[in-house]
Design a binder for this molecule. Structure first.
Ligand code: GLV
Ligand code: MN
Ligand code: MN
Length: 505
């Protein structure tokens, strides 16, 4: 121990200074962070909340499932109701006022006193596909809650200059009713009245499902979920990339320039049901082989569009560039009565067509619909093409995108153990749909993408590194800090700052 003569002289601070320092220490260590520079770089980067707690909550939410041994949580299912309670409790823990709207969306909001400014909305979806991974949607909700929790523990929540609200949307995947964005479209005010009558596979209508869960289930009630565009300034969403680009670039975060448009169809093929052993091949009207041919036709149409489109006005005008992001998928096929010794009576299947260029997508939809009728005629089966959903390609707001880019870049540079040069944040297009598409009908949108392993999504193999979860939460916190927190210290914090200055002098 150094002899006392070598120790610096001691000041005896006043009780006010002691109190102020104590308050400040509580504010700085409320998230239990190690001091700056220590413990693997957690200090100042809120590792305990933005990484450890966020990851633990992702795992917790990922276990709330209707499936036995796999993750499935669709619109207003029993698991989704259980998840609502958990998400509400996390929002409260972050200091937010919560409510559930008439479409089952969960809201957590901080409303600064006397603020007249428009709100910053941040969200993503709580529903999942069948046999899902735990990051799609959930990452955006939980990172947003965590970023607001950091604002709370650092005393910045009280210094917000505009309302900030997290929304966990009840439906984005469209699995239950085959129509996407039930949650975000309700908030954007774009749901048609007829939506209440759509039914799920069991024949239960959306209206019935809402009623069973004690919602009012009328179009007037649903319209209460709609936000006045003047009360909203922007919408921001964090989402896993669901593609391989960031991983290939060795960069944890990217920003989104635009989102591909999408169309969903259902094709119903009716033939003659019969005995598999007795009906001669020549006399069959088999909807299964017709459906198989249509699936392959769709694949060809999207792989080599210019060779199959034979209409002058549509063909040869598609450049390689305009075909960017054109993808077509049959993800679900049902057959009736589905038995090995029965020629099916009916086969129906879903079609999902996406492209960055709306004209390309619309042409593919029209051409496929014509080819369906033609091929079905040839095979003497009856076919019907139903339009289930359509959304135009969406562009993100350039200013919000630049702000997110800056927040991502400064975050990546500050992260411990980063392996990338502090270069420009990558700018990506999204082939996947997002609530941001629906919210673009209400306000300006911006999106932050997070690197994932192998580009895999809509699969239990989805994986995002814990440190990338951390980077996403920190970038979102930095974005909010830069765009919605006052630089001015409030009166209480001024006392602390002055007292510290006194103590240090
Ligand atoms: C949603 O994940 C979609 O793009 O289908
Ligand atoms: Mn998804
Ligand atoms: Mn998603």
């Amino acid at each position: 121990m150094a002899p006392s003569s070598l120790r610096p002289p001691r000041h005896h601070p006043s009780p006010l200074v002691v109190l102020a320092i104590a308050v400040l220490l509580v504010l700085r260590t409320a998230d239990g962070l190690p001091e700056a520079g220590g413990g693997g770089g957690g200090g100042g980067l809120y590792r305990e909340i933005l990484r450890d707690e966020t990851v633990q909550r992702l795992k917790e939410l990922g276990k709330i499932s209707d499936g036995d041994g796999y993750l499935e949580r669709t619109f207003l299912s029993p698991a989704s109701i259980r998840a609502t309670g958990v998400i509400v409790s996390w929002m409260k823990d972050a200091g937010l006022t919560t409510w559930v709207d008439q479409m089952g969306n969960i809201h957590g909001r901080y409303e600064p006193a006397n603020s007249t400014r428009d709100a910053l909305l941040i969200g993503s979806h709580m529903d999942t596909v069948v046999d899902a991974g735990m990051y799609d949607g959930a990452l955006g909700i939980i990172s947003a809650i965590s970023a607001l929790k950091v604002l709370k523990v650092t005393g910045k929540l009280q210094r917000l200059t505009r309302p900030v609200e997290v929304i966990a949307f009840s439906d984005e995947e469209g699995i239950r009713f085959q129509t996407t964005f039930l949650g975000s479209a309700a908030v954007a005010g774009t749901l048609p009245e007829s939506i209440l009558q759509v039914s799920d596979k069991s024949g239960t209508t959306l209206q019935d499902v809402l009623k069973m869960n004690s919602f009012e289930a009328t179009s007037t009630a649903i319209s209460q979920a709609r936000y006045n565009p003047e009360s909203v300034g922007s919408y921001v969403e964090v989402h896993m990339e669901q593609g391989p680009v960031l991983e290939a670039l060795h960069y944890p975060l990217g920003v989104v320039k635009g989102i591909a448009g999408q169309t969903r169809l259902k094709v119903i093929v009716d033939g003659s049901q019969g005995h598999a052993g007795t009906v001669p091949m020549k006399l069959r009207r088999d909807p299964m082989v017709a459906a198989a041919e249509l699936v392959v036709t769709l694949e060809r149409l999207c792989k080599e569009p210019n060779s199959l489109l034979t209409y002058d006005e549509e063909c040869s005008c598609f450049t390689e560039e305009s075909l960017a992001g054109l993808v077509c998928t049959v993800g679900e096929l049902n057959t009736w009565p589905s038995a090995s010794n029965v020629i099916p009576g009916q086969v129906n299947f879903t079609v999902d067509i996406r492209a960055m260029d709306d004209q390309v997508r619309e042409t593919i939809v029209t051409s496929f619909s014509r080819l369906v009728l033609q091929k079905c005629d040839d095979r003497l089966v009856d076919c019907k093409v139903e339009h289930k959903h359509s959304a135009a390609a969406t562009h993100c707001d350039p200013e919000l995108t630049s702000q997110l880019k800056r927040a991502a870049r400064s975050t990546v540079s500050a992260m411990p153990g980063r392996t990338v040069a502090a270069g420009e944040t990558p700018v990506l297009m999204s082939g996947a749909g997002h609530d941001a598409m629906a919210m673009a009908r209400l306000t300006k949108i911006g999106m932050l993408f997070v690197r994932c392993r192998g580009g895999i999504s809509h699969s239990p193999e989805e994986s995002v590194m814990d440190n990338d979860v951390w980077a996403a939460g920190l970038a979102l916190f930095n974005f909010i800090d830069q765009n919605a927190v006052s630089e001015e210290l409030d009166a209480g914090q001024n006392v602390v700052a002055v007292a510290l200055a006194v103590a240090e002098s």
